[in-house]
Write a protein that binds this ligand. Structure first.
Ligand code: PLP
Length: 431
């Protein structure tokens, strides 16, 4: 039996996985051209690169009016503001996602109401949404997590029945399709991040897709200090400067060209991974919904059976990282997430409605189990490194399986090392 790298054995992989983002002379030329044009900023909005990016992004997603802006958090805030949702309104969000999904409603003055996710796909659970609706509920934000999409059929049924706005947080799901419809084009708004880790990136950036042209005009106005965007230039809004720069948009135009090939490559390797790991005991995959007609993958999540492996996901990931394999435990459940501190917000929402933020009394069993015991998030680069990259990952999983009796003793070692190791510290439990 080979010795675990965490216990002094040789790691499975010593070569690093390919870097992200991918770039070459094309990005350098695009930015150089933008610099030489002298048109660097986003004003007047949209600049020519931003407008071209918006048209091409919307074409790629298959619909919606695209409004590019500074990041994929304000996209959600702006969507809520455009829809007239704010002070005291409730917005339902999943308890298992990046902090931004819950923070954005607060920036619009609304109250994020957390609900649990489904064990099938770790996306928002429609049954939990239904239970959380009150007469103050105005919107649902769903998150298409990692390589999954939320059940948009069920969510739209609920939204129609209760007259709610639907925002798709598609920060992980550029290019994905639900029954042939592009992510972000199914609800009223689609919110995309172009942050450096995302599968379509310009370093920083975001795109809001709006189903309704009037909403797109309002959104463009809100991010451009309130300047009117209607044909008659009469409709002023209360806005701020969240415009996107032309330098970012120049990179974005190249990124859009690279994207389809990268998406196909990741999808092919995810299929291959699924073939390879289906036989490893104690591991399971999330459900592959046939309505997810095109999978676009940011990260790939598997579940471990903590009893079978005699450890939780953090120790499991620690052992994998020591084998040279980039995995982590993903997000904490929102009510246990250090990055989500609504009581420190400068908005009056938390003090006016403290009952919404009583985290000690909240319970989201699926999100808690996912984040604290069973989910293992595979790094994106694994899926851009050919079959060898996936084979190494699988070899690591098999090595851990073979050595599962030794995993409990790693928990202590992990706790000692965690403070000093960057990659591992990402796995730290928040509470
Ligand atoms: C699910 C999700 N929503 C929203 C965001 C926020 O995007 P940004 O960093 O561009 O503000 C991120 C990631 O950063 C994310 O992962």
């Amino acid at each position: 039996m080979s010795v675990l790298a965490a216990l002094g054995g040789d790691p499975i992989r010593t070569e690093t996985y390919p870097r992200w983002p991918v770039f070459d002379h094309a990005e350098i030329e695009a930015v150089t051209k933008a610099v030489l044009s002298g048109r660097w900023g986003g004003s007047p909005y949209p600049g020519p690169n931003t407008a071209e990016f918006a048209a091409k992004f919307s074409e790629m997603q298959g619909g919606g009016a695209a409004v590019p802006m500074m990041n994929g958090t304000i996209t959600m805030e702006v969507a809520l503001r455009a829809a007239g949702i704010g002070w005291g309104d409730e917005v339902i969000v999943p308890a298992y996602t990046f902090q931004a999904t819950a923070a954005a409603p607060m920036e619009a003055g609304a109250i994020p109401v957390l609900v649990d996710v489904s064990p099938e796909n770790y996306c928002i659970d429609p049954a939990a949404v239904l239970k959380a609706i009150t007469d103050k509920t105005k919107a649902i934000i769903v998150v298409h997590l990692a390589a999954q999409m939320a059940d948009m059929d069920a969510i739209l049924d609920i939204a129609r029945a209760h007259d709610l706005v639907v925002i798709e947080d598609a920060a992980h799901a550029h290019g994905a399709r639900w029954r042939g419809m592009g992510s972000g084009t199914i609800g009223d708004f689609g919110s995309f991040s172009l942050h450096s880790a995302k599968i379509l990136t310009t370093g920083e950036g975001g795109v809001l897709l709006c189903k309704d042209q009037h909403m797109a005009e309002l959104a463009a106005s809100i991010i451009d200090c309130g300047r009117p965007k209607d044909a008659d230039k009469k409709n002023y809004t209360m806005g701020v400067n969240y415009r996107w720069s032309e330098l970012h948009a120049a990179i974005g135009l190249v990124a859009l060209e690279r994207f389809p090939g990268q998406m196909a490559q990741r999808a092919e390797m995810a299929d291959y991974l699924e073939e390879c790991i289906s036989e490893i005991p104690g591991l399971s995959m999330l459900t592959r919904d046939p309505r997810l007609t095109r999978r676009s993958q940011y990260r790939y999540i598997i579940k471990i059976d903590p009893d079978y492996y005699h450890c939780k996901n953090d120790t499991f990931c620690y052992a994998m990282v020591k084998e040279g394999l980039p995995v982590d435990t993903g997000y904490p459940a929102m009510h246990r997430y250090d990055l989500f501190q609504p009581l420190l917000s400068r908005l009056p929402v938390p003090s006016a409605f403290p009952e919404y933020f009583n985290f000690e009394e909240m319970s989201f069993p699926v999100a808690e189990t996912a984040s604290e015991s069973e989910s293992v998030w595979m790094g994106e680069a694994i899926f851009r490194s050919g079959k060898q990259g996936v084979d190494d990952l699988v070899a690591g999983l098999m090595k851990l399986h073979e050595n599962r009796g030794k995993l409990p003793q790693l928990a202590e070692q992990f706790a000692e090392e965690i403070e000093t190791h960057d990659q591992l510290s990402k796995m730290r439990k928040r509470r």
